[in-house]
Design a protein around this ligand. Structure first.
Ligand SMILES: [Ca+2]
Length: 165
């Protein structure tokens, strides 16, 4: 019976599409907890050049107090790395510093302008680096893969990355 269950589980993993392999990440340092979940990612023409080579990723950001210790400081400061992996294997990384007040829940959208210039699968990877004691960080990532229809849209304007709340 165990062999059947194991084989069924392996078969299920083998047929699960990559687009369903998304989840969320919960990062905690014992005082604060940051949860990031990418809910959607797609391409379209977002800027003035009119070329459908811009990528947007919608995500939820939840920052809350955790644990029994009372925190005097209600301000949470952490690093946020937004990465885009292109079909060619190239990565574009943008590092932000987030400073927010407890408890924060937001549904921002991150825009990668003029990045979708090649055909194939793209991955948006969002990583939170939360301070843990003096020189350490705990971190976690969420990933969303998608395949924009069409082919090579070519390069447009300059590469830019922007987060809108
Ligand atoms: Ca564009």
């Amino acid at each position: 019976m165990k062999k059947i269950l194991l084989l069924t589980f392996i078969a299920f993993l083998a047929v699960t599409p990559l687009s369903l392999a998304k989840g969320r990440t919960v990062v905690s340092n014992g005082v604060f907890q940051v949860t990031i979940e990418i809910t959607n990612a797609y391409y379209f023409a977002a800027d003035a050049d009119g070329i459908e080579n811009d990528i947007a990723a919608e995500f939820t950001l939840n920052v809350e107090h955790e644990g029994m210790y009372c925190c005097m400081n209600k301000v949470v400061d952490f690093y946020f790395l937004a990465s885009l992996k292109c079909p060619s294997g190239y990565y574009y990384d943008y590092l932000y510093q987030f400073i927010c007040v407890l408890d924060t829940y937001a549904t921002p959208t991150i825009y990668f302008y003029n990045h979708a210039g090649e055909a194939g699968w793209y991955q948006v990877i969002l990583t939170c680096y939360l301070p843990y004691y003096a020189n350490y960080y705990v971190y976690g990532s969420d990933c969303f893969a998608f395949d924009p229809p069409g082919g090579d849209e070519g390069a447009g304007g300059p590469l830019q990355c922007e987060i809108k709340l």
